[in-house]
Design a binder for this molecule. Structure first.
Ligand code: ACO
Length: 374
């Protein structure tokens, strides 16, 4: 047996054509296209790229758009199920429940053919934002807002969440968040989804595995943790002391550090630029200044003094942007999932297309030959 790599660090578990990360140079590509280029597109174009392997031509985009439109709404049974959810839970928990229910209603549940999975993929991408927004509105005793087909995926989500059309900058930030959050190679939740798909289980089950894994605070749940941290710091002037306290207690600063990036996370750099833009637009630099002070303190105390590559990851400035967009913290990770669903689906489809059961080994370190007393 080979050596144990705790946390599977640096283990190459499979081959993929979906995305590429260079952790030393801070580079991320989806299907060969740098994310700095991809942010000029729409989330639907990027989802098409991930799932079908190429950017859509005009006809394909129109078709994909129409299918999204036809699938966005959720029916009364789903709304009734949302009404009996515990409203102190995260949006992630509600999503997991509803996706499980939706699988009951799908006649092709156990059909893992490409055609069936693409149909299910379109439905899931379309419904994720509607479910998250409806969960929130029901929990606030407000009317559920139906999707508006004239809006982009990002703008439509904010519209369904808040009940009014977002400003252009807010819509652009939401769309960019979905694009940048969509895919990241074999991250923990994508790995979970692929393991489930590799058993030839259905794609809903694989997505539920992904959701359960994304929720954890070492992964997508860091976005919620960042928002909570920002709320705990009374003003930017107190951010340095707060961060120094965490470091002296050897606690992790949420939204910092990454298994693969040993330099700046390129997604974090894009989000930082958007965070400053929305702060200026809102004429309120509080959250941005607080975040900047946390980042500076982590840089001086950990990167410079301890020589550890602990830079802001995708979740840090996403959390700051969500504060400005007034996304309720308990929805933070589910908003991440609205983007990441595209990557999970692309990976499941890739796994079904060239499947081999994912089944590693464990090194047994317990005792042997213990006999039962008669
Ligand atoms: N704050 C302070 N120190 C940190 C942080 C952090 N956020 N992250 C890592 N370190 C330190 C560790 O203490 C450790 O130091 P040591 O070698 O002296 O013991 C060293 O850096 C390496 O840490 P590991 O835990 O071995 O790194 P790993 O690759 O396992 O962890 C992880 C990566 C989980 C992301 C980690 O950086 C972390 O906990 N970050 C905070 C949570 C977070 O933001 N998660 C979101 C990641 S992005 C995403 O999943 C969408």
């Amino acid at each position: 047996m080979t050596d144990v790599q705790k946390g599977l660090e640096k283990v190459i578990a499979l081959e993929t054509k979906i995305s590429y990360i260079d952790g030393e140079r801070g580079l991320l590509e989806y299907r060969g296209i740098n994310i700095n280029e991809l942010v000029k597109l729409t989330f639907l174009e990027v989802s098409h790229l991930l799932i079908f392997g190429h950017l859509p031509n005009n006809d394909e985009l129109e078709d994909f758009f129409n299918q999204m439109h036809d699938n966005r709404d959720i029916d009364d049974e789903v709304l009734n199920l949302l009404k009996i959810c515990n409203f102190n839970i995260e949006g992630m928990d509600a999503l997991r429940t509803i996706i499980s229910y939706l699988s009951h209603c799908d006649q092709d549940l156990n059909d893992n053919s490409m055609t069936a999975n693409i149909r299910k993929a379109t439905k899931l991408i379309a419904k994720f934002p509607t479910i998250v927004a409806a969960f929130h509105r029901i929990s606030e005793l407000e009317d559920v807002i139906h999707p508006d087909p004239s809006l982009s995926h990002g703008a439509n989500f904010l519209y369904m969440l808040k009940g009014f059309r977002p400003k252009d900058i807010e819509a652009r930030i939401m769309e960019t968040d979905f694009i940048i959050s969509a895919e990241h190679e074999l991250n923990a939740s994508t790995f979970s989804a692929r393991v489930t798909a590799s058993t030839t289980s259905d794609i809903y089950s694989a997505i539920i595995s992904g959701l359960g894994t994304l929720k954890g605070r070492l992964h997508g749940g860091a976005r919620l943790a960042v928002m909570e941290m920002l709320d705990e710091i009374p003003s930017p002037d107190e951010a340095e002391k707060y961060t120094l306290d965490l470091i002296s207690k050897k606690q992790r600063i949420m939204g910092f550090g990454h298994r693969v990036y040993k330099t700046h996370d390129p997604r974090g750099l894009i989000f930082k630029k958007l965070a400053i833009q929305i702060a200026k637009e809102n004429k309120d630099m509080t959250w941005y200044d607080t975040a900047q002070k946390i980042e500076n303190t982590v840089f001086q105390e950990i990167v410079e003094k301890k020589n550890k590559p602990i830079y802001p990851n995708v979740d840090f400035y996403a959390g700051v942007m969500y504060k400005y967009l007034e996304i309720p913290p308990l929805l933070a990770t589910s908003v991440f999932a609205i983007g990441r669903i595209a990557g999970w689906l692309a990976h499941c489809i890739e796994q079904y297309g060239d499947n081999r059961l994912i089944r590693p080994r464990a090194r047994y370190i317990g005792e042997h030959e213990i006999h039962l007393r008669k």
